[in-house]
Design a binder for this molecule. Structure first.
Ligand code: NAD
Ligand code: UDP
Length: 320
């Protein structure tokens, strides 16, 4: 297949580009690098069949030659990122999604939207299956992301109904792994960075809020399965192993062997209290379920953080 991956220089997108290239697809990665990093694509650049285009998909999206599939991942995803890029986040969820859908329509291509568990907001139903309509504050700080993704889902199903585009929606739950930016503000990257630096781990609120963490390789396998079929979704992709933030902190401290303490910080506005996916639909329709348990996934992630950490100036000088 010839696949366009928007947001392909980001955390999830770069792993997706690698997975597609590894099985012989051609990949055109379109990214404006607002939260992505070109070094995420270091292993792919220069490989035959891989093209990187630096562009803002909210301003238009055109690709020369045939297109078999469009994976639309472009969007800031970390709360710290989308709160600092509120209008860009709304733009890419709305106009960016429309341009990506238009590209798929022009080429008769499969289209897959990377949506989010945030469409469920601070959920009143627990765990969350795809039938749940969500509980989102439309004027809260997180609305720039949540409502952009809800609109993205709405325009995606409208293109399927009115233009006959072959669309699919995946709702991604918290995902972690190598290439998370150490300073992106997300909980896994923050805790690992703090633990390795011997700094206290910042617990927002009392730390009893929960998330369910999926390793990136599992997620990417699910996105590829969605690209390869005609399933419209929405389909939850996540790991139902639900943990409190305090449990995650203890796990990171144990795995890193760090003696960092904990430091309380105020809970951000509208921070969801509980989040856990029902993944029955993914199993039934995509034959997908997560395989990597959180301890193994965190160990791999910690190793990557250690290997990719900038070397202290002194150590670098000694090495010479
Ligand atoms: P990320 O910030 O690492 O990657 C997003 C990429 O999109 C970046 O490379 C960024 O530069 C690019 N981008 C943003 N706006 C763009 C624009 N206007 N034009 C072109 N490129 C643009 O985030 P991620 O964690 O890799 O998330 C990827 C996708 O998955 C996002 O759509 C996100 O909403 C979704 N998602 C991720 C998670 C998760 O836990 N990682 C959870 C739910 C949903
Ligand atoms: N969190 C925390 N300390 C941090 C960063 C995040 O306690 O340094 C909490 C945050 O309040 C939320 C959870 O961890 O309850 C997950 O936050 P993240 O930003 O990773 O993702 P979210 O699911 O909120 O989008």
């Amino acid at each position: 297949m010839r696949v366009v991956v928007t947001g392909g220089a980001g955390f999830v997108g770069s792993h997706l580009c690698e997975a597609l290239m590894a099985r012989g697809d051609e990949v055109i990665c379109v990214d404006n690098l607002c939260t992505g990093d070109i070094t995420n694509l270091a292993a792919l650049r220069g490989q035959p069949g891989f093209t990187f285009v630096q562009a803002d998909v909210s301003s238009g999206l055109d690709v020369q030659g045939p297109v078999d599939a469009v994976a639309h991942l472009a969007s800031p995803a970390s709360p710290a990122d989308y709160l600092s890029l509120p209008l860009q986040t709304l733009a890419v969820g709305s106009r960016g999604t429309e341009y990506a859908l238009e590209l798929a329509r022009r080429h008769g291509a499969r289209f897959v939207l990377a949506s989010t568990s945030e469409v469920y907001g601070d959920p009143l139903a627990h765990p969350q299956d795809e039938e749940y309509w969500g509980h989102v504050n439309p004027v809260g700080p997180r609305s720039v992301y949540d409502e952009a993704k809800r609109y993205a889902e709405a325009v995606t199903v409208a293109y399927a109904r009115h233009h006959g585009v072959n669309t699919g929606i995946v709702r991604i739950f918290n995902t972690y792994g190598p290439r998370l930016r150490p300073h992106d503000g997300r909980v896994v990257s923050t805790f690992i960075r703090q633990a390795l630096a011997g700094e206290p781990l910042t617990i927002y609120g009392d730390g009893t809020q929960t998330r369910s963490f999926c390793y990136v390789d599992d997620l990417v396998r699910g996105i590829v399965a969605m690209l390869d079929c005609r399933e419209p979704g929405p389909v939850n992709l996540g790991n139902p192993d639900e943990r409190t933030v305090l449990e995650l902190a203890e796990l990171v401290l144990r795995i890193t062997g760090s003696d960092s303490g904990l430091r309380r910080r105020p809970l951000p506005a509208d921070d969801p209290v509980r989040r856990c996916p029902v993944v029955t639909r993914a199993l039934q329709r995509l034959e997908w379920k997560p395989r990597i348990d959180i301890e193994d996934g965190l160990r791999t992630t910690v190793s990557w953080f250690k290997a990719s950490a900038p070397k202290p100036v002194l150590a670098a000088a000694e090495a010479r």
